[in-house]
Ligand binder design. Structure first.
Ligand SMILES: [Zn+2]
Length: 187
């Protein structure tokens, strides 16, 4: 009887341990860094055209400020999940076009705007680097003079962050500022 009890506790211990490893694999292993949301082979450029500049904080109509970064890329370039998480929103509005929001543990969300269509489902778990859409020109990116780009944004507790600066400091290295950036985890 005692042996059985011991075995029982051992089993529980193993199950808890395994679940912990699984959860960690999904949420933590890649959670040290954000991956560039476009394929590594594509050189990245921050959008710069007659309508404006795609850096964080650059001025927009009506005194607004740009809340993300615009990564210039040709139409239909695959858009990748910057980090593992769950799709918490897929929607359309006239400014953002078709967009996807992914929640990342514990309080971060990444936004992918101007997609040509929605290719993921709400509450779908996604792995870092998984294709979640393509570069498009919907919403206010549809104007002819605006170069095709992915508007990429990270919010912490709902507040848009300066992706380049913020993630430079903690766990990202920014490379090749002129050409855009490549995100590498350093931990
Ligand atoms: Zn933008």
């Amino acid at each position: 009887m005692r042996r059985l009890k011991k075995l029982y506790f051992l089993l529980i211990f193993v199950i808890i341990g395994l679940s912990f490893i699984l959860v960690c694999r999904f949420f933590c292993c890649d959670s040290c860094f954000f991956l560039k949301p476009l394929p590594q082979s594509i050189p990245l450029k921050i959008r710069m055209d007659v309508y404006g500049d795609g850096h964080f904080g650059s001025p927009r109509n009506g005194g607004r400020k740009h809340r993300g970064i615009d990564l210039q890329a040709s139409l239909d370039t695959p858009v990748l999940a910057a980090k593992s998480g769950f799709v918490v929103k897929t929607d359309y509005d006239k400014y953002s076009g078709y967009y996807v929001v992914i929640w990342h543990w514990p309080n971060l969300k990444s936004y992918y705007l101007h997609l040509p269509e929605i290719e993921v489902k709400k509450w779908q778990p996604v792995k870092q680097g998984q294709v979640i859409g393509r570069v498009g020109k919907t919403g206010n990116a549809k104007l002819k003079g605006i170069k095709p780009h992915l508007h990429f944004e990270i919010r912490e507790k709902g507040i848009p962050q300066d992706v380049l600066k913020r993630w430079d400091l903690s766990f990202l290295i920014r490379e090749n500022v002129e050409m855009g950036m490549v995100f590498y985890g350093i931990s």
